[in-house]
Design a protein around this ligand. Structure first.
Ligand SMILES: Nc1ncnc2c1ncn2[C@@H]1O[C@H](COP(=O)(O)OP(=O)(O)OP(=O)(O)O)[C@@H](O)[C@H]1O
Ligand SMILES: [Mg+2]
Length: 350
């Protein structure tokens, strides 16, 4: 649904050059919720502004719903009509909502409909329908100043849906909200994704957001995507940084005659009493150093850091047993030689 190939963006200001995007190739499948995560300055907002051509990329292409947007002339808010039309198929929501304080809730949702040239009656009907969809039917005549942050973001979402977009882009839409409101806005996005078949690309710096709603995720660093793929695949991939950050296990890597083992439970293995079986079958004392369990996409997954007596060489058999149980097993005290810098897991071309 969204494909970028080799997207770069170089900002030039006062003789200095900043490479905000450095060869970003991204593939978001129709109907998925895709999270892009990364530190401040990684290039996330630049990526989203290049996706809808609010900014023109320096090179590379952006295709949304089969249309090459980079082939259309213009950029920014005053783009020519073909680009503006293409853009009406892409909704956008923002961290600070960007509502007009002089207009009522309904007036804010009607704004893009005015630009699309709908009659007053059609605008009102559509706006009320959208407000109902986001659970704010009773707030149509209220001004934004009288709304909570979560309600403002719902108005922002209703406005973004005005042009019946197939794609919704979200730049840190929940970072100004408290955890509970965040959860309710995320579950609204998930509902819209399911009900309307909407493809959602969301940018966040919060791992919890990825855990709560994303089917796939990409990690950005210094303008590049360093890891990407379906969340369930990432969890099953030894060495995945996203998996580690999603499920930080904690627990020291104690030295000496001990072997520290990180195991990731996913799929069927989650329900099995693997640790007690290990302990019984090999008569070993297993210490649990840290663990994190959660639900991702409605399924239980988790990671656990355990410690076995003896060195890694002495534990080849119990470690093999864990692998046979379908768990992903890593020895964090024993970094693999020459691990690839870039882990590419997404089903490319899908
Ligand atoms: N208009 C601009 N002119 C010059 N440099 C810019 C411009 N916009 C962004 N940059 C630079 O590009 C880099 C990426 O910025 P960007 O806003 O995309 O980061 P981000 O990942 O969204 O960060 P944050 O999490 O803080 O929002 C930064 O080094 C930033 O200073
Ligand atoms: Mg940003």
């Amino acid at each position: 649904m969204i494909t970028t190939s080799d997207l770069t963006k170089v900002y030039r200001s006062r003789g200095r050059e900043v490479t905000a995007l450095d060869g970003v190739s991204l593939h978001v499948r129709p109907g998925e919720v895709y999270g892009v995560i990364g530190r401040s300055g990684a290039g996330k907002s630049t990526l989203i502004r290049c996706l809808n051509l609010l900014e023109r990329p320096t090179s590379g292409t952006v295709t949304v719903d089969g249309q090459d947007l980079t082939a259309l002339a213009g950029s920014g808010n005053r783009a020519p009509r073909p680009l503006r039309l293409a853009r009406s198929g892409i909704g956008m929501i923002f961290q600070h909502f960007n509502l007009l304080s002089s207009r009522t809730v309904q007036g804010n949702v009607e704004l893009p409909l005015e630009i699309l040239g709908l009659s007053r009656r059609d605008r009102a009907r559509k706006a009320l329908e959208l407000l109902d969809l986001v659970g704010l039917a009773d707030k149509a005549g209220v001004y934004p100043a009288r709304l909570s942050g979560g309600q403002k973001q719902r108005v922002g979402i209703a406005r973004a849906l005005a042009g019946d977009p197939k794609v919704l882009l979200s730049d840190e839409a929940t970072s100004a909200l408290d955890p509970e409101t965040t959860r309710s806005v995320l579950s609204l996005l998930r509902d819209l994704n399911e009900q309307l078949g909407l493809t959602v690309l969301l940018i966040t710096h919060e791992m919890d957001v990825v855990k709560a709603v994303c089917d796939s995720a990409a990690l950005m660093e210094k303008g590049r995507i360093v890891e990407s793929g379906a969340v369930s695949d990432l969890l099953a991939t030894p060495g995945s940084r996203l998996a580690r950050e999603l499920f930080p296990v904690g627990g020291d890597l104690s030295a000496g005659d001990r072997t520290v083992v990180d195991i990731t439970f996913h799929g069927e293995s989650t329900g099995r009493p693997v640790i007690s079986r290990l302990s019984r079958a090999y008569d070993v004392d297993v210490s649990i150093l840290g663990a994190a369990m959660d639900t991702v996409g409605g399924r239980q997954v988790g990671r656990m850091r355990i410690e076995l007596p003896g060195r890694a060489e002495d534990n080849v058999v119990p470690i093999g047993f864990l692998r046979e149980q379908g768990l992903t097993v890593e020895l964090p005290g024993d970094p693999p030689a020459g691990r690839a810098d870039v882990v590419e897991l997404s089903g490319e071309g899908a």
